[in-house]
Design a protein around this ligand. Structure first.
Ligand code: SF4
Length: 887
C-alpha cells in the first residue's frame, strides 16, 4: 500500500512499512546514524537520526512512515539535539573522537564539536590475529559490529558485556579474535564508525590513489570486489556494497589472501628446460621454440598427440582463445579443464535431465526459498559468502535440510540432517522419491505437463523395497519420510556440491537429486531449483566457452552442421567432429605413450589429481610439457617450458560464477616481471604460427564468443557487463536470465532417471576399515598455491585428519598426533584432530598442502560417464606414528 506524506514540505509517496530513514535517504537527505547498519533491522540505540515528525522528535531509523505525516529532517532543534547527543558520546568516549577522518570524527566536525582534553590514550593490545585489530579506547559501544557479525555472517563473535556505564564490547569469551569463532570476513571493520576495529590492510582509513571494481579470484561464488592501492602502493580489497552476489560481503580469502600476488616465488620470465635445469628465455624465444615443437609434433604424430587443460582460474577470454588454438590451428578436440575433476558429473547430469549443464536458479533464490536442501556441499567453508546467506535464511526461519555424511556447520541450523553412508546418495534419493509417490506428495500438474519418464520411474520405485534402500544409505526410514514430507510441501532450492559429483555414481547422484526437484515442481520456479556450487572462480565460464572435449563453445554439438558452418566462417577452419580425450584419458594416453604434447594452464596435476603415481608416470612420458602458471609447482618439475601467467588481479576480461553470471575482471596491478595474461599469450602464439586472429583486446574476444554461441551469449557485450554483469542465457537483445527452464525445459521435457544405486567399488576390509572423504577447509583453496602464500597459513598451517573420538579411542590415538593413512594406492602422513563431525568409521581430510601428498592415497575410480574421480570415497587404514606433534 502506498503512503503519502510531506518531507521537508514536499509531497512524497512511499510504501507502507518503510522507515523514515529509508525514505529520507532515498530523497538524498543527510541523516546521521551511529548504530544503524544499512539493510539490517534498526537498533534505535544512538538516537542521532532524530527528525521532527508532526512536530515531535522521533528516531528515523525505526519510525515507520504514516499517511499524512509531516516530516522535517533539518531544523535548528534537530541539529542542537544531535550535537548534544554527540557531546555526550564525546565525554564518555573522548578518544573515539580523536581521528578526524573516521566517520565519527567527520560527524563531530559537521556538528561543530570542539576537541576535548582527553586522558592519555591507553596503548592498544598486541594484535592476536593476522588480519583484525581492536582498539578498545576508540569503541563507542554502537554495536554495529555485533549486528553485522550476527546478521550478515551469522558468526556471533561479538557481544555486549557488563551493564549500564560499564557496558563494553566483548570479542569471543576472552576478548581475542584468535580464540573466538571469528572467520575473518572483515565485515565488522567495514561498519565500525570510529576505527576501533581495523584490519591489516586499512581499507577503511586509507586514501586510495587507484581503485578498480573486479571479481574475486578464488571460488565460484564470484564476489564483486573493490581493489585499491594507496600512495605507498599497498593493496587492499573490500566487497562492493551494492553487488548482487555479495552485497559488500567477502570471506577471508577474497578480502585478505592477496599477498600471493607479490610473493617472491612468482614466476616472472619464461623458462626453458636445458641440460642443467631451467634457463630464463625471452617471450620471442619461447614462441619460436613452441612453433617448432608444435610443428614437429604435428608432423610426426598428428593432431591427436596434443592435449590442453585450460585454467578455470583464468578468464573466459583466455579459455576461449586457448581451445580455439588447439581446435583450429592444431586440429584436436583434446581440450578439457579442471571441471573434469570436480563438477563434470553435475554438468553432464543437468545437461541430460534439463538440457543445460548449469544452475537453473540464482543466489537471490536463497532469500526467496520456501525451503533449502543442502546436499553434499559445505558452503560455510567452501563457498563462505553463499554459506552465510544460507545461514541467515535458516536463522530467519526458512526450513533447512542437510544431506551429508559429515555434520557440517549448517547442520546446527538445520531442521533435519540426513547423515547418509558416504556415496549412497542415489539410494537415499530413490527412497525419498518412493515416499513422495506413495503419499502423493507430488506436484501432479508439473509432472504431467513438464516431465517425461514418470511411468518408468514409478515402476522402478515399486520394484525396490524401502527397507533395502534405507539399509543401503543407512538413514532411518522415519528421517526419509520426514524429508519427503518437507519436499511434498512445495518447491525447494537444492544447493549441492562435490559430495554428489566426485563419486563413481556422480552423474546418477545429481540426476536422481533432480528427480526430487522435478517431482515437487522446483526447477524453473523462483526461489527454487538446482543451484550447484562451483569450485574455482571461473570453472563455470571455462566449460561454457568450450573447454570440453565433446562440446564446442556454448555446449554446442561437435557434429551440428550449423555450428560447424558458423565456426568455419568465424575461425576459417572446421574443427574435428569427433570428441577428444577427457583429462583422465589424456593422462592415460600420456602414460601409454600416445599423447606427446600437453599444455597445462594453472593445473598442478601432481597435487590435485587422484593417484599421484599414475600422474607422475604420465607426465614423465611426455615429449613436451608446457606449464603456464603463477608459481613453480610439483607438476612444473616435469615441464619443458614454463610460461609465467598473470593472476586474477592483474588482467582484464570476465569470469562466470556458479549462477551463470558473467562479470568484468579488471587489473589493479601489472603482471609481475615478464608475465603475461593467458589470452594474450595464445593470441601471440597464433600469430607466431602465421594466423592473425585480430583479437587485440579481451572485449574483442567476447564479441567473437557472442558470435560463435549466439543462443547463450549473443547479447553479451562489455558495455552490458558493467555493474552486476549478465546471467546467461543471454541471446541478442536479452538482458540475461535469472531462472532457467521457467517456461519449459531447454530439452523440451525434464527427464526422470530410474538408474539403480550401485555401491562404490571402493570397499572397506579389515585391512582398510575406514572411508576417507577429502575436501576443502575454510581458510585454504584447492592446492593452496595462493592461500599458502598468504597469511591464511597463520590461520591454518597444515592439512589435518578428522577422526571420530570413538575411533581415536579404539586406536589409542591422541589429538595432535601424527598419523599415517594408507590406502590400496599409497600413503600420507598428517596430524590427527578428533571431531564429532565425522561418523565413526569415516574420516575427513583437506588436500591443500603438497607435503601431505593426499592424492597419493585417493583411488583411480571415476564416474563412467563424466570421468570425474571418486575423491569422496577411499578405503584406508590409520596408524599412529608419534605423539611429538601433540598440541
Ligand atoms: Fe572469494 Fe568465494 Fe570468498 Fe566470495 S566466497 S570472497 S568469491 S572466495
Amino acid at each position: 500500500m502506498t503512503i503519502n506524506l510531506l518531507v521537508d514540505g514536499s509531497a512524497v509517496t512511499c510504501q507502507e512499512g518503510e522507515t523514515i530513514l529509508t525514505v529520507a535517504r532515498r530523497l538524498g537527505r543527510t541523516i546521521p546514524t551511529l548504530c544503524h547498519v544499512e539493510g539490517l533491522k534498526p537498533e534505535g540505540g544512538c538516537r542521532l537520526c532524530q527528525v521532527l515528525v508532526n512536530g515531535r522528535m522521533r528516531a528515523a531509523c525505526h519510525t515507520l512512515v504514516e499517511e499524512g505525516s509531516q516530516i522535517v529532517t533539518d531544523h535548528p532543534d534537530i541539529r542542537s539535539e544531535r550535537k548534544n547527543l554527540l557531546g555526550l558520546y564525546q565525554s564518555a568516549y573522548p578518544h573515539a573522537f580523536s581521528n578526524p577522518s573516521s566517520p565519527l570524527g567527520r560527524l563531530a566536525q559537521t556538528y561543530g564539536l570542539k576537541a576535548l582534553l582527553a586522558p592519555e590514550r591507553p596503548k592498544s593490545a598486541h594484535p592476536d590475529h593476522p588480519y583484525l585489530r581492536f582498539d578498545r579506547s576508540l569503541c563507542v559501544n554502537c554495536r554495529r559490529c555485533v549486528q553485522v557479525c550476527r546478521s550478515v555472517q551469522g558468526q556471533f563473535v561479538f557481544a555486549m558485556g557488563e551493564r549500564g556505564g560499564f557496558s563494553r564490547l566483548m570479542i569471543g569469551l576472552d576478548d581475542t579474535f584468535s580464540h573466538s569463532p571469528c572467520v575473518a570476513c572483515g565485515r565488522c571493520v567495514d561498519e565500525c564508525p570510529t576505527f576501533a576495529l581495523t584490519d591489516r590492510d586499512h581499507y577503511a582509513d586509507r586514501s586510495a590513489v587507484k581503485a578498480v571494481q573486479s571479481v574475486c579470484g578464488y571460488c565460484g561464488v564470484g564476489c564483486r570486489i573493490e581493489a585499491s592501492l594507496d600512495a605507498s602502493d599497498q593493496l587492499a580489497i573490500k566487497g562492493v556494497r551494492d553487488a548482487a552476489v555479495n552485497r559488500g560481503h567477502l570471506c577471508a580469502k577474497g578480502r585478505f589472501a592477496h599477498h600471493y600476488t607479490r610473493h617472491p616465488e612468482r614466476l616472472t620470465q619464461p623458462q626453458l628446460r636445458k641440460a642443467n635445469g631451467f634457463e630464463p628465455i625471452t617471450w620471442t624465444q619461447a614462441y619460436e621454440w613452441l612453433v617448432d615443437r608444435i610443428q614437429s609434433t604435428q608432423k610426426k604424430y598428428g593432431p591427436d598427440a596434443f592435449g590442453l587443460l585450460t585454467s578455470s582460474r583464468s578468464t573466459n577470454e583466455a579459455g576461449y582463445v586457448s581451445q580455439k588454438l588447439f581446435r583450429s590451428i592444431i586440429g584436436t578436440n583434446n581440450v578439457d579443464c579442471c571441471a573434469r575433476v570436480c563438477h563434470a558429473s553435475t554438468a553432464q547430469a543437468l545437461q541430460k535431465v534439463t538440457g543445460t549443464g548449469a544452475a537453473s536458479a540464482s543466489y537471490a533464490d536463497i532469500e526467496k526459498a520456501r525451503c533449502i536442501f543442502v546436499v553434499g556441499a559445505n558452503p560455510t567453508e567452501a563457498h563462505p559468502v553463499v554459506g552465510a546467506r544460507i545461514k541467515q535464511a535458516a536463522l530467519a526461519g526458512t526450513p533447512l535440510v542437510v544431506i551429508d555424511p559429515r555434520a557440517i556447520e549448517l547442520t546446527q541450523f538445520a531442521q533435519l540432517h540426513l547423515a547418509l553412508k558416504p556415496g549412497s546418495n542415489v539410494a537415499l534419493f530413490h527412497a525419498i522419491a518412493k515416499v513422495m509417490l506413495a503419499q502423493n506428495w507430488l506436484n501432479s500438474t508439473y509432472v504431467q505437463e513438464r516431465l517425461e519418464g514418470f511411468e518408468t520411474y514409478q515402476k522402478y520405485l515399486e520394484s525396490v523395497s524401502m527397507r533395502d534402500l534405507a539399509a543401503s544409505c543407512a538413514v532411518p526410514e522415519s528421517a526419509i519420510h520426514q524429508a519427503a514430507e518437507i519436499l511434498g510441501r512445495g518447491p525447494t532450492l537444492f544447493v549441492h556440491g562435490l559430495g554428489l559429483s566426485e563419486l563413481t555414481q556422480g552423474v546418477d547422484s545429481v540426476a536422481t537429486l533432480c528427480n526430487l526437484a522435478m517431482l515437487n515442481g522446483s526447477i524453473g520456479q523462483p526461489g527454487a531449483g538446482m543451484l550447484p556450487l562451483r569450485g574455482q572462480n571461473n570453472v563455470q565460464g571455462n566449460a561454457d566457452i568450450g573447454s570440453m572435449p565433446n562440446l564446442f563453445t556454448g555446449y554446442q554439438s561437435l557434429s551440428d552442421p550449423t555450428v560447424r558452418t558458423r565456426l568455419q566462417e568465424i575461425w576459417g577452419w572446421v574443427p574435428p567432429a569427433t570428441p577428444g580425450k577427457t583429462m583422465p584419458e589424456m593422462f592415460e594416453s600420456a602414460a601409454q605413450g600416445t599423447l606427446k604434447f600437453l599444455w597445462l594452464q594453472g593445473e598442478d596435476s601432481v597435487q590435485s589429481d587422484p593417484n599421484t603415481h599414475h600422474i607422475r608416470q604420465a607426465l614423465g612420458n611426455l615429449e613436451t610439457l608446457v606449464i603456464q602458471d603463477l608459481f613453480f609447482s610439483e607438476t612444473a618439475e616435469y615441464a619443458h617450458l614454463i610460461l609465467p601467467a598473470a593472476g586474477a588481479l592483474e588482467q582484464d576480461g570476465t569470469f562466470t560464477n556458479g549462477e551463470r553470471r558473467i562479470q568484468r575482471v579488471r587489473p589493479i596491478l601489472p603482471p609481475p616481471g615478464e608475465s603475461r595474461p593467458d589470452w594474450l599469450v595464445m593470441c601471440q602464439l597464433a600469430k607466431a604460427m602465421g594466423v592473425d586472429w585480430a583479437l587485440d583486446e579481451p572485449s574483442q574476444v567476447m564479441e567473437e564468443i557472442a558470435r560463435v554461441a549466439p543462443h547463450l551469449f549473443g547479447g553479451v557485450t562489455y558495455e552490458k557487463l558493467e555493474g552486476d554483469g549478465i546471467q546467461w542465457p543471454c541471446p541478442a537483445h536479452s538482458e540475461g536470465t535469472t531462472t532457467v527452464h521457467a517456461k519449459g525445459f531447454i530439452r523440451g521435457r525434464g527427464l526422470l532417471t530410474a538408474t539403480p544405486y550401485h555401491p562404490s567399488p571402493e570397499t572397506c576390509t579389515p585391512e582398510f576399515p575406514f572411508i576417507l572423504n577429502t575436501g576443502r577447509v575454510l581458510h585454504h583453496y584447492n592446492v593452496g598455491s595462493m592461500t599458502r602464500r598468504s597469511d591464511q597459513s597463520i590461520l591454518v598451517a597444515a592439512d589435518y585428519l578428522e577422526m571420530n573420538p570413538e575411533d581415536a579411542k579404539q586406536l589409542a590415538l591422541e589429538e595432535g598426533q601424527t598419523v599415517e593413512i594408507r590406502s590400496r594406492y599409497g600413503s600420507a602422513q598428517l596430524v590427527l584432530k578428533k571431531s564429532e563431525r565425522v561418523q565413526p568409521g569415516t574420516l575427513f581430510s583437506s588436500f591443500h598442502f603438497p607435503q601431505t601428498r593426499m592424492n597419493q592415497v585417493t583411488s583411480c575410480h571415476v564416474d563412467p560417464e563424466s570421468k570425474c574421480p571418486e575423491y569422496k570415497i577411499t578405503a584406508v587404514s590409520v596408524r599412529g606414528l608419534s605423539s611429538e606433534a601433540k598440541g
